[in-house]
Design a protein around this ligand. Structure first.
Ligand code: G
Ligand code: G
Ligand code: MN
Ligand code: NA
Length: 255
């Protein structure tokens, strides 16, 4: 209850910050960034695992998710105006909670934010997880198809850890698979996790999807992934999630 009250107040006061984790291609160019939300409550950093879950359980995720989307769009507009992004930079990836995606105002909100900040929809990638598919399949599919036809792209986050049924991949406009870091972690052993990663990459390629690996911490993991056809990476090997000024510093030093 305390957490709920604090969260509610923090939303009203816009007391959150965003950090940005670079995404890197085979040439080690910056192709984008994942937006991650941070909250310090009464001087203590609260893990997003805790406050995002609390927000999801109380529907505070709707106003919080709206703030995250609008702030992401404002930041991207600023970076474009300041002309600080490299040529290789394509998009910001924003995590979308299931309740947020299912909200009837979601499409209007996201399109308003994009157009209101002079962005195009292709510059925003919507990261969803398999848990979204617990909802009504027809509703989800038609919403995703409408957004996709407007130019938004969808990445399936934490791929391989959820309720996956491969039929989702067949029926939904998913543009990218994010290989979950639990598979990436043990890749060097060249045993089952590595075999699973190989299969995910091959399946994604066969379906014409882009593949990104998250949680890449060691050069050996990046080498393995790259040698097996994964073209994009995110993880501590390149950078932890960075505050805006740190991110722009990273961009300056790496482009
Ligand atoms: O940033 P970190 O690894 O601590 O995030 C932990 C969890 O919180 C991850 O599952 C991540 O997806 C989730 N998370 C972080 N930021 C956001 C956000 O802006 N929106 C949503 N929906 N989830 C987030
Ligand atoms: O669930 P989601 O993929 O959105 O979670 C992203 C989370 O993973 C963020 O909280 C981020 O801080 C964390 N993260 C990012 N890169 C790495 C990494 O290389 N190793 C580990 N262990 N965590 C990472
Ligand atoms: Mn994510
Ligand atoms: Na993830």
């Amino acid at each position: 209850l305390n957490l709920y009250n604090d969260l509610h107040q923090a939303i009203e006061q816009q007391a959150f910050t965003l950090v940005f984790q670079p995404q890197i291609n085979e040439q080690t160019e910056i192709t984008g960034a994942e937006v991650l939300c941070r909250w310090t409550n009464r001087g203590v950093p609260v893990s997003p695992e805790v406050f995002i879950r609390a927000a999801e359980e109380t529907r505070l995720i709707l106003p919080l998710g709206q703030w995250i989307l609008s702030e992401s769009c404002r930041v991207l507009k600023r970076w474009r105006q300041q002309n600080v992004l490299p040529e290789s930079f394509r998009r910001l990836a924003v995590n979308i909670s299931p309740a947020q995606f299912m909200d009837e105002n979601f499409e209007r909100y996201v399109t308003d934010q994009v157009s209101g900040n002079d962005l195009c929809s292709a510059q925003l990638e919507l990261e969803i997880t398999e848990s979204i598919f617990l909802g009504n399949k027809d509703t989800i599919r038609s919403k995703m198809q409408r957004l996709s036809s407007m130019g938004f792209t969808f990445a399936l986050d934490d791929f391989g850890t959820g309720y996956s049924s491969l039929s989702y991949l067949q029926h939904l406009p998913l543009h990218k698979l994010k290989i979950d870091r639990s598979f990436v972690m043990d890749i060097e052993d060249n045993t089952r996790p590595a075999r699973i990663v190989d299969s995910i990459i091959q399946m994604g390629q066969n379906l014409g999807m882009d593949i990104i690996a998250e949680g890449v911490e060691h050069q050996a993991q990046r080498d393995y992934l790259q040698n097996h056809g994964c073209c994009e990476f995110q993880g501590y090997l390149f950078s932890r999630p960075l505050a805006e000024d740190e991110f722009l510093e990273f961009v300056r030093h790496n482009s």
